[in-house]
Write a protein that binds this ligand. Structure first.
Ligand code: GP9
Ligand code: MN
Length: 622
């Protein structure tokens, strides 16, 4: 105690230790960070300290009168940043990035979901701030701030600098090229701490902003060579089978593939879809590839066959870019392109992005009659959504591409008692328990819609495509998922759980389950081939799912990937067939190739490179 009072550095060190301990506890209780060995645990422990020493140390340069205020403010602001990440993590299983913070268009609608993730007991996350405030203000005599000499400040910062390098050095050994392979935010946070991570994110933000200004057409040369080399011949039997037909596409909110053909409490979760896949092409080895932009990322993949971004939602950050979208190509081929979604038109910045993508019409919240009676949670219930959309669908010019985005099966999966066709599951997670009931409701909604399409004579004239937009049950619920599957969920299982159903119904066709490996990146070339459109000059990363030669891996936005043989996740290779960990001698080369592909796609978006490309001639514009 005496020493604490005597040392000049005490206030700085005390403030640092308080926040340091809090941050480490937070790692353990609020974030689900995988630790593989003792060294990683040690890095995790020391990772927050360098930042805290640097910022609290700045108080040495401040007039003694204001030092208490400064120390308190830094502690409060830092704690708020940490708390924002805690709440964000509960909902998204991810850390905040700068672009995500500016997605204010979404805030209103996100309220219910985010609020449901805040608890009164969260006040404990501010215990250290309160302790610091009490000491600084209630016991002003506890420390007498003293002035520091030049030498003292130097010694302090040299020591701090050596801690920074020590931390970075250890991180570099554990994770080479940590800062250049920043697709994996968990990796970053656990190696450099949540505060340095925030600073690094600010740096990335300014770097990507500069990238567009410096871009030229030459940047496209290498990328074009790459995408062209990946292209595959379409399936000859199916090429053009849907020529001139309407495309009705249904985005199934948060629907993972594991619900298909499974039961809960002895009842089918998706009775309608289970029947519907018997008369459709059903892809049971198909993955979502979304990042922080969730539904909007799935839409981006669909329209562009480019990867969404590693940070933020591309619908927000790059809505002004030039794109060669599916919508535009379809329009050139006489299609009318519309999107139906009963949510605020600015959510995910859709109203802006749809313009860049070339949609003819967006039926959004203002086009629907939403009442207390027909809505729940995020808005209009799916059954009513489809019912009201029908009146519009009947009016639009044919052939059309109509995208319907469902909503009821959205976190936190709330449903009126009377809409529950099955009872909730019993596990340790209410989220998972309720999830089954809202998936079941969604299934019913799709059924009513298909029935209406038949009644209206639209069914036989349309290709119907359905897919899950992204996961609904995050890793946070692994324990409960384990109770459902009656097994422990491994990192390999987590990858498997990212499968979403893809169903393609073509009039007059027999049912077939196709286990070709694929992801949302493949949707655009697949749809175009079914319609008999082959745009050789298009730039895309996907391949036709029906092509007999399809061989591209499924790449997740965070660098995880799946091929027919190997699955890579959390730094380990697994055998895709057995799920057993395996040794891959040239593993690093695989990882490099995957990162190259993600980088190429990112370069197109950050540099807005398609503005230098004439898609009709396939030439680069100087
Ligand atoms: C919002 C809806 C849901 O309009 O698409 O968005 P999500 O949270 O799933 O990305
Ligand atoms: Mn969604």
């Amino acid at each position: 105690m005496k020493l604490l009072k005597q040392s000049k550095f005490s206030p700085i060190l005390f403030a640092t230790v308080l926040l340091w301990v809090k941050t480490y506890i937070t790692y353990k209780v609020a974030f689900n960070i995988t630790i593989d060995n003792k060294m990683q645990e040690f890095i995790l422990l020391i990772s927050p300290v360098s930042f805290l020493l640097i910022v609290f140390g700045l108080s040495m340069f401040i007039n003694e009168k204001y030092r208490n205020k400064y120390l308190f403010s830094v502690s409060l602001i830092t704690s708020l940043i940490l708390y924002a990440n805690i709440v964000f993590y509960r909902f998204f299983n991810d850390f905040i990035t700068i672009p995500v913070m500016f997605q204010t268009g979404n805030f209103h609608d996100l309220d219910i979901s985010v609020m449901s993730e805040m608890n009164l007991t969260d006040i404990f996350y501010f215990t250290d701030v309160i302790i610091l405030a009490i000491i600084l203000y209630k016991k002003p005599k506890f420390w007498k701030h003293q002035s520091f000499s030049k030498v003292e400040r130097r010694v302090y910062y040299l020591t701090t600098a050596s801690i920074v390098f020590f931390n970075l050095g250890l991180a570099e050994i554990q994770r080479p090229e940590l800062l250049t392979r920043t697709f994996d935010r968990e990796m970053l946070v656990k190696n450099i701490g949540p505060y340095n991570y925030t600073l690094y994110d600010i740096y990335l933000q300014s770097k990507t902003s500069a990238q567009k200004a410096l871009a030229t057409g030459d940047d496209l040369v290498e990328i074009l060579n790459y995408t062209r080399s990946m292209d595959k011949e379409p399936n000859q039997d199916l090429f053009g089978i849907g020529k001139g037909k309407n495309i009705i596409l249904i985005s199934l909110e948060s629907t993972q593939n594991f619900v298909i053909n499974r039961t809960v409490n002895g009842q089918e979760i998706t009775p309608f879809l289970n029947d519907f896949i018997k008369e459709s092409y059903y892809f049971d080895n198909f993955y979502h590839q979304t990042g922080q932009g969730k539904t909007s990322d799935s839409e981006f993949l669909l329209d562009n066959s480019l990867y969404p971004l590693g940070r933020g939602a591309v619908f927000f950050t790059h809505a002004g870019n030039e794109y060669i979208s599916l919508a535009k190509i379809l329009k050139e081929n006489n299609y009318y392109v519309a999107s139906f979604h009963a949510n605020n038109k600015a959510f995910w910045n859709r109203n802006m992005m749809y313009q860049s993508l070339g949609y003819d019409r967006f039926y959004s919240l203002e086009d629907y009659d939403v009442t207390e009676e027909n809505s729940i949670g995020w808005g209009l219930k799916d059954i009513h959504f489809f019912k009201q959309s029908m009146d519009y669908l009947k009016e639009i010019p044919k052939p059309y591409f109509a995208k319907f985005i469902t909503l009821t099966n959205h976190h936190p999966f709330i449903l009126d008692e009377k809409d529950m066709y099955i009872q909730p599951f019993h596990s340790s997670s209410d989220i998972l328990n309720r999830y089954f009931t809202t998936v079941r409701y969604e299934d019913e909604a799709v059924k009513t819609f298909i029935e209406r399409l038949k009644e209206e004579g639209i069914y036989d004239d349309s290709i119907i495509i359905m897919y899950g937009d992204h996961y609904g049950i995050s890793e946070k619920h692994n324990e409960a998922l384990g109770e459902y599957f009656e097994k422990e969920i491994t990192p390999f299982d987590v990858v498997e759980l990212q499968k979403v159903p893809l169903i393609i119904h073509i009039p007059g066709q027999k049912g077939e389950t196709i286990s070709t490996l694929g992801g949302q990146i493949d949707l655009k070339p697949t749809i175009l081939h079914l319609l008999g459109i082959e745009k050789k000059t298009d730039i895309h990363f996907g391949q036709d799912l029906f092509s007999p030669n399809k061989d591209n891996p499924v790449i997740f936005r965070d660098g995880r990937f799946v091929t027919d043989k190997i699955t890579y996740t959390t730094g380990t290779f697994y055998d895709t067939k057995t799920g057993e960990p395996i040794d891959v001698p040239n593993g690093d080369q695989y990882i490099q190739k995957i990162l190259y592909e993600l980088n190429y796609s990112d370069q197109i978006i950050y540099g807005d490179l398609l503005r230098f490309y004439d898609v009709n001639t396939g030439r680069i514009i100087e």
